[in-house]
Design a protein around this ligand. Structure first.
Ligand code: SF4
Length: 337
């Protein structure tokens, strides 16, 4: 126990040596609770009101030219491609705004068709012109710096682009049509054109080692991010990784706590995949330092099954669930009623 106390003291003193990070990723039981408590203290220092950001998501297109080995999108013949047009995107954002939401995430596969980017630019321009207090987050994958600049100039302020894995060959194994180098260049372009950038990794990817996770923590710390995240690997049906073991929820929570401890000022979500893989997973994510919840109330119901990312049996938590876990974690969120 003394050794664990020393470890927590080292982390509290901002000592991010590899051996300390490795040991912290493995903590369980009481020692893990001490790690979470440090994460919450760090969160409170930078977010003293104990408020979480509540964001609503609209999945605007499932068209994707990537073929990530872990992703279930486009894997079955029952699935059909869809892309919302600009007026539909605007209508859905208006609907969420009318419900009181002030943060909306527009998410899609990596769809490089310029007509799609044009449609997003049109929708973002329209929405931002009419709703000055709306925070618009985009998650559209690797695009050119020119397209990022167009989207930023249209009024979107935030962009999420995960680096997924900090070891280049692991990244290439999981995302054979992309490279870590390219993705990091995109992250730097996003920061350069003025986006608040979010990024993060996946815990439990096939072939991933503990040292890889240490590398992920260090990379996340070095990047110019306003938001960071970690998500748990879910072996999705019909994918090349379907028979692989799932990620370890305990390690995922430790990763979250360490991201909070190392980057206390950043937003960090508690993910629906964690809820799928562990009882009360999203509540535990808040207890490990998260301060963002994503409500899946923007994508039209008839399209939801065509956006399965980590599973066709995806968890899509709704309002009551978030109110409950936030209350139990001693937190609140604006714009969640
Ligand atoms: S994870 Fe994203 S980029 Fe990869 S195949 Fe799925 S939708 Fe495309």
């Amino acid at each position: 126990m003394d050794t664990n106390r020393d470890l927590i003291s080292r982390l509290e003193a901002c000592e991010w040596a590899d051996d300390a990070l490795r040991a912290a990723l493995e903590l369980k039981g009481e020692a893990q609770q001490a790690l979470f408590a440090l994460a919450r203290r760090r969160r409170q220092m930078h977010f003293p009101d104990n408020k979480a950001q509540a964001r609503s998501v609209i999945e605007i297109s499932n068209v994707c030219h990537q073929q990530c080995r872990y992703c279930a999108i486009g894997r079955t013949s029952q699935e059909r491609n869809y892309t919302l047009d600009a007026p539909t995107m605007v209508k859905l954002v208006d609907y969420l705004y009318g419900k009181g939401r002030r943060t909306v995430l527009l998410q899609s596969g990596e769809n490089l068709d310029e007509r799609f980017i044009d449609a997003v630019v049109e929708a973002v321009t329209d929405v931002c012109r009419r709703h000055g207090d709306l925070r618009l987050i985009l998650c559209l994958g690797d695009l050119s710096e020119e397209d990022y600049a167009r989207l930023r100039n249209a009024g979107a302020t935030d962009y999420i682009l995960k680096f997924e894995a900090s070891r280049a060959d692991l990244f290439a194994y999981c995302k054979p049509k992309d490279s870590l180098q390219n993705r990091l260049a995109c992250i730097m372009s996003l920061a350069k054109v003025g986006f608040r950038v979010g990024s993060g990794n996946i815990v439990g990817l096939p072939g991933q080692t503990l040292d890889d996770l240490v590398g992920d923590l260090k990379l996340a710390h070095e990047l110019p991010l306003a938001m960071n995240s970690t998500t748990i690997f879910v072996p999705a049906e019909n994918t090349e990784f379907a028979a692989e073991p799932p990620g370890d929820p305990v390690r995922t929570l430790n990763m979250m706590a360490l991201l909070r401890i190392m980057n206390p000022h950043r937003l960090m979500p508690t993910t629906s995949s964690l809820q799928k893989m562990m009882p009360d997973g999203q509540y535990l994510g808040l207890m490990a330092g998260a301060n963002t919840v994503t409500v899946h109330d923007g994508t039209p119901e008839e399209l939801q099954r065509f956006f399965p990312i980590y599973s066709a049996k995806r968890v899509r938590p709704q309002l009551d669930h978030f109110k409950d876990i936030l209350r139990r974690a001693g937190m609140t969120a604006d714009h969640l009623d």
